[in-house]
Design a protein around this ligand. Sequence first.
Ligand SMILES: *[C@@H]1O[C@H](CO)[C@@H](O)[C@H](O)[C@H]1NC(C)=O
Ligand SMILES: *[C@@H]1O[C@H](CO)[C@@H](O)[C@H](O)[C@H]1NC(C)=O
Ligand SMILES: *[C@@H]1O[C@H](CO)[C@@H](O)[C@H](O)[C@H]1NC(C)=O
Ligand SMILES: *[C@@H]1O[C@H](CO)[C@@H](O)[C@H](O)[C@H]1NC(C)=O
Ligand SMILES: *[C@@H]1O[C@H](CO)[C@@H](O)[C@H](O)[C@H]1NC(C)=O
Ligand SMILES: *[C@@H]1O[C@H](CO)[C@@H](O)[C@H](O)[C@H]1NC(C)=O
Ligand SMILES: *[C@@H]1O[C@H](CO)[C@@H](O)[C@H](O)[C@H]1NC(C)=O
Ligand SMILES: *[C@@H]1O[C@H](CO)[C@@H](O)[C@H](O)[C@H]1NC(C)=O
Length: 751
Amino acid sequence: MRISEKLLLAVLINLCLVATSVHGSASNTGRQPYIVYMGDVQEHGFSVEQHHNMLTDVIGDESIARESRLHSYKRSFNGFAAMLLPHEANRLMEREGVVSVFPNTKRKLVTTRSWDFLGMPLTVNRNHQSESDIIVGLLDTGVYPESPSFDDKGYGPPPSKWKGKCEVGANFTGCNNKLIGARSYSIQIKISDQSPADTEGHGTHTSSTVAGSAVNHASLYGIGRGTTRGGVPSARIAMYKVCWYWCSDIDILAAFDDVISDGVDVLSISIGGSSIRNYFNDSLAIGSFHAMKKGIFTACAAGNQGPYALTVSNVAPWIMTVGATGIDRKFRTEIRLGNGMKIYGLSLNTYAPTKQMYPLTSGTKAANYTDGYEAYFASSCYSGTMGQEKVEGKIVYCASGQGMFLGDRQDHTVKELGGVGTIIAGSELNDTAFSYVLPASRVDLKSGDQIDRYINTTKNPQAIIYKTKEVKVSAPFVASFSSRGPNYLSPRILKPDITAPGVDILAAYTKLASVTGQPYDDRFSLFNIVSGTSMACPHAAAAAAYVKSFHPNWSPAAIKSALMTTATAIKVRNRDAEFAYGSGHINPVKALNPGLVYDLQISSYIRFLCREGYNSTNLHLITGWSHLDCQKFQPARGHDGINYPTMTLPLPHPAKNFSAVFKRIVTNVGTNSSVYKATVKSPEGLSISVFPNTLAFNRVYQRKTFKVVIKGKPLRKETPFISASLEWSDSIHRVRSPIVVYKISAYRVTS
Ligand SMILES: *[C@@H]1O[C@H](CO)[C@@H](O)[C@H](O)[C@H]1NC(C)=O
Ligand SMILES: *[C@@H]1O[C@H](CO)[C@@H](O)[C@H](O)[C@H]1NC(C)=O
Ligand SMILES: *[C@@H]1O[C@H](CO)[C@@H](O)[C@H](O)[C@H]1NC(C)=O
Ligand SMILES: *[C@@H]1O[C@H](CO)[C@@H](O)[C@H](O)[C@H]1NC(C)=O
Ligand SMILES: *[C@@H]1O[C@H](CO)[C@@H](O)[C@H](O)[C@H]1NC(C)=O
Ligand SMILES: *[C@@H]1O[C@H](CO)[C@@H](O)[C@H](O)[C@H]1NC(C)=O
Ligand SMILES: *[C@@H]1O[C@H](CO)[C@@H](O)[C@H](O)[C@H]1NC(C)=O
Ligand SMILES: *[C@@H]1O[C@H](CO)[C@@H](O)[C@H](O)[C@H]1NC(C)=O
């Protein structure tokens, strides 16, 4: 999701401009939208009629039932959306054939340089033919087909497996051989001029990051200039527009229903997930489960709730959960004060100054109030606290404000009052550059104090804000906004899985929205620089498509394992280490030849779900397998019961000695004959043994099992977790798995 707190404002605008009528009528009074999920589609003969009958049964009135049904899912899985009263939802939940019933929720949305940085220069070895057969699907805000990133010159017709559609509508003229599909979904809310057109920019940005064609001299008003391109520029793009400022579960599931049957190979979903909802109460987990069953790889954004622990979302083990890192450049905006002092901040300032110096003031000096909380708000340039005559024609310094977000509102307030620039102090998100509606730079608290002191002690304070320049920084580092583990829902699975670039990413944009998305920003650009785990996710999806173009028969889990075990360990270590970066930083070229993979079949996920306490009856429905019984089903093996490429041991009793056994199977995807040896890295006090510690393969696709035994003494009081690793190596390949041991009580209050 893109980080921006303009959401509230955007929602209001949306309600005024677009949303006309909410589906329903008098008979739907008091009813709320729900999703009734009924599992797999094949084995269970069903029809819209069946959904209707179920509704009639619980509602008791046929015509109300007819009106309350919003949508039936039927191409790829079974279920429907309907307007229900709580007791009707409860009665449906008890019905045979129903897996779950949950209320619809609204979710938030969460490059040249980035691909070069990932070791994929324009000249990287490619399998062009196979790459051009890959279809990447996105659930997002739509797409801007006029962007040069979707130019289809040199592309043949879509692969024959493609069964999707292209919806033509308002501001959306159609598709081509690059952008082969585009649909839009707004089932519950009727939107006038509904079409897949991207009126926000987010979906254009993400889709061009995955598979955009190369465009030379792309930049945001000269900032970040270079060639932008997607990770798999030969691949095809299919856009499923489900986000209209928010993205509702009903629409997300409708899009999945199509995606899975349309012939998409890889899915990139930069939509905020849930970190606490059970998998079958979660539209993204349900949809991606059915996608996985069809061999479709799904990458999702980890979320932008960092740096706080337990915030990672989209954590289902069949999803690749992607955190965000910064690449080796940052956008620095220089400020010079009247006394000659230079101060550097971060921002995307597209405005070049036209004078030598501008008068400078502060929110405090421009305040209409001298004391009380109004004065405090004024110091941070809060709306309605400053006098216009004190701001007009000046650059205004705004102190860091509690409860204010990213300075978004500060720049609006200053601009509204006729200010000509703003300097915003802040301690949060100090690794990310944002756009503002007037010349602006965001500085750290210390620099902020220097500026404030200069203003306080100078008769005619002055300043100038220069246009942003690019500078080199050491990288990768995990972005402060990137959501962190541990995984709340399945504590034995490490999440996020991996990180990819998500800070200050330049990619295609829409001309239907301004650079900041604000109505009174008059800058429109074919390219924009944006940050968020939303930007990281399409990098990982493209890396998966790249691996798939060389290994078309690998399962989604094999591709994910290849990406995870070859990821680069992150040197700039955060306090939260693996809980921030998972296996490390993605390395697509290395992932082509991982040596060994930790593969997973559907049955493995089912065993895992049985182990996690999901009920046989429901698992039977979602798989469509007859006689599925968790009790009789071969039980899950080892501590976590899943052949995952990472190992995580949560400790429920921090004061006790601990031990656990992890069972794993690796498949040889390297050379026919190879011998792998295990190397363990573990800190003192943690004993890790691998049995056997040598694996000899004599053919490709041969599988070998091993187990990892972990033992240790109670962790010290100040140590919430410890990191270790296992690496299998045959001297050519290195197959690395992080191992994390953590105290549950260090991350949540235990009851
Ligand atoms: C799923 O959501 C429904 C409705 O909110 C709730 O009653 C039910 O307990 C949830 N189930 C799980 C397993 O979270
Ligand atoms: C988008 O469509 C609306 C009408 O549907 C039209 O008024 C507007 O000019 C279009 N904008 C662009 C940039 O094409
Ligand atoms: C601030 O004070 C000026 C007069 O000093 C007045 O014109 C203006 O309306 C006031 N603004 C606010 C937001 O109170
Ligand atoms: C950003 O802030 C964190 C603490 O909040 C600090 O550790 C880090 O050094 C800062 N980074 C930069 C680039 O200033
Ligand atoms: C500048 O003056 C204001 C009050 O006039 C005060 O609140 C603020 O702390 C001063 N800033 C510095 C850095 O001394
Ligand atoms: C699973 O749960 C449903 C109720 O949701 C119940 O009717 C069924 O008996 C349960 N099945 C098993 C095998 O426990
Ligand atoms: C943990 O194991 C050590 C031996 O390795 C033993 O001395 C100690 O008493 C054990 N502690 C607990 C709390 O069981
Ligand atoms: C691996 O073995 C298979 C069958 O034993 C053989 O067909 C294949 O050519 C061998 N591959 C290599 C690279 O040696």
